[in-house]
Design a protein. Structure first.
Length: 569
């Protein structure tokens, strides 16, 4: 009897965590074709196609409904947490450390997206969502119970991990269900609640900080996030269970070493430590008397540069499942998108890091109105993103939209530099935020789509994490620049404006808190303090304007890819 050909089992996972098993028999052309098709770089199936064939329309609607509920609490979180953090650092007498915390949070948010994308591919989307929700719950408890800067910072860093995970996983989930032409619209549409929530959030923040306090404002999310997150996770787990019962999914065991290899722990640590050693000194150095002449600052910056230089050879020669494949470094579409995302986020964050305390001190806005000022740009960004998505669908392209968005951003920073002063009207301040939001909504939507069309769909989660990582790294750079300018110039401007009218202790109180020993509004001394604050904000706006120039230049070199419908919505 002829020998029975041995079969080869090919294991891959879908986006819900189901393990798909395919068997290839030598000589079988159909199984051989399937085998070669699945071998792109990792043995994982095409997530988007798997979702559409594995779930019914009822299950998809359940997922969309759960996603909508989760995004409600997510939008409420990002609408309030930064304001609570400002008051938290102020109450602890550490307002000058706000930029350092923001920088560290941005670094953590950036690099955790890389292993999170890998975890969602290996364990599934549902376990990844559960992990992020658990991390967020712990972070809310830590921040709400913090009595010192260390505990607050630890909670904020965990919060950054969880929020980054939610942001990545929702983006990937939406991309699984949509075509490239519709993806920009769908991606922005899930943030539609953000068009309304910030206006209610402003009243919530004002009531909380003047009532139960910022601690309870943060802690209440320890209940809201798990409850709302369950509305998405439960349908995902039900779909996963049905797949197992139908025999379409099995559980695959792997060692801890294999797991770390799959998420490329080594490459992630290189990227994380490299950027941390580059960005943190920018904010911390201004706190030391010798500033940039301090030896440790130069040493850390050099070590950070060397560490980042090691990423490429490590990913090319050592990593078995690289988070940043070496070929990405040679793809113009990926490199340009990474640089654009990083620089644009750096300029935006640089301009906004100290906008809230400046509006409270220099413009005497209430907490509610200062929150409105902060939210105006973000709400406009969400609306502009939805319009941009529709424009991309009609135009089947994105390059011209990216160029237009970068021009609007450049003009907005120029106007901001002129308007953010004591003499400008409140209407002008809000109008500038609207202009910034329009530009941001257009160009940030372009980043995501340009990245997706540069790689196969099987690598969509990976390229999404890299693109979002670039934005978070840009936020770290922007907050580091703003923090360096604030800590390096504000004391000097207070001394220069107040002259001999205030002692060193008073200067330190004004420097570290927006709720401390402020002169009464309308007094000559308060006017001098406001002018000193506006001087510093002016320096920060100049830095943001400089960062926006290369964004426009790079937008000119974006690939002009045609967006065709590759899968049904």
């Amino acid at each position: 009897m002829p020998a029975t050909p041995q079969s080869e089992v090919i294991v891959s996972s879908d986006n819900l965590g189901n393990i798909i098993v395919a068997r290839h028999v030598p000589g079988n052309l159909e199984s051989k074709a399937a085998l070669s098709e699945s071998k792109i770089e990792t043995p994982r199936a095409n997530d988007g196609q798997t979702v559409q064939t594995a779930t019914s329309w009822k299950e998809r609607y359940a997922l969309w409904a759960g996603l909508a509920i989760l995004m409600l609490v997510y939008d409420l979180d990002i609408s309030t947490q930064y304001n609570y953090l400002t008051y938290a650092t102020s109450d602890l007498g550490q307002l000058s450390r706000l930029a350092i915390i923001t920088t560290a949070s941005s670094i953590v948010s950036a690099v955790c997206k890389l292993p999170m994308a890998k975890v969602s591919d290996i364990l599934g989307r549902a376990p990844a969502f559960i992990l992020t929700i658990i991390i967020l719950t712990i972070s809310y408890i830590l921040c709400g119970e913090s009595r010192n800067l260390g505990t607050l910072t630890a909670g904020k860093l965990l919060h950054s991990v969880g929020i980054a995970g939610i942001s990545l996983l929702t983006t990937v989930l939406v991309s699984d269900f949509t075509s490239r032409r519709w993806r920009a619209f769908a991606y922005n549409a899930i943030y539609a609640p953000y068009l309304v929530i910030p206006w209610f959030a402003a009243f919530i923040v004002e009531a909380v900080v003047h009532g139960i306090g910022w601690r309870w404002g943060i802690s209440m999310f320890a209940i809201l996030m798990p409850v709302c997150g369950a509305s998405l996770v439960i349908p995902m787990l039900v779909i996963r269970l049905r797949a197992k019962r139908a025999g379409r999914a099995v559980r695959v065991q792997m060692t801890l070493r294999q797991f770390f290899s799959e998420i490329d722990l080594g490459g992630t640590l290189l990227i994380m430590t490299g950027f941390a050693m580059l960005l943190l000194p920018l904010s911390v150095a201004a706190e030391t008397p010798a500033r940039w002449t301090t030896p440790w600052v130069s040493a850390v910056l050099i070590l950070g540069s060397i560490t980042l230089c090691c990423v490429y050879p490590y990913e090319k020669r050592i990593a078995k499942s690289p988070v940043a494949p070496a070929r990405y470094f040679h793809m113009p579409g990926v490199v340009i998108v990474f640089a654009l995302s990083c620089l644009d986020a750096a300029g935006k964050t640089c301009a906004e890091t100290y906008l809230l305390p400046w509006s409270l001190v220099a413009r005497h806005l209430s907490v509610r109105n200062a929150s409105f000022l902060m939210y105006t740009a973000d709400v406009t960004q969400g609306l502009a993103g939805i319009v941009t998505g529709l424009a991309m669908y009609l135009m089947k392209s994105y390059k011209l939209i990216g160029i237009a968005g970068s021009l609007v951003r450049l003009a907005g920073y120029g106007a901001m530099l002129h308007i953010r002063s004591n003499t400008s009207s409140s209407a002008a301040l809000f109008a500038t935020q609207v202009v910034q939001g329009i530009g941001t909504g257009a160009i940030e939507t372009v980043f995501i789509i340009a990245a997706h069309v540069a790689v196969p769909h099987a690598e969509m989660a990976q390229i999404t994490s890299i693109t979002l990582m670039a934005g978070h790294l840009g936020k770290g750079i922007g907050s580091a620049i703003a923090g360096g300018i604030y800590t390096g110039t504000f004391r000097g401007r207070l001394h220069a404006r107040l002259k001999d009218g205030s002692n060193t202790a008073r200067i330190e109180s004004l420097y570290n808190s927006v709720t401390g020993d402020l002169p009464a509004w309308g007094t000559p001394e308060r006017l001098l303090v406001s002018q000193a604050y506006s001087d510093v904000i002016g320096y920060i706006c100049i830095a943001a304007l400089v960062l926006s120039v290369p964004v426009f230049v790079l937008a000119l070199f974006l690939p002009n890819t045609n967006l065709e419908c590759v899968c049904p919505l």
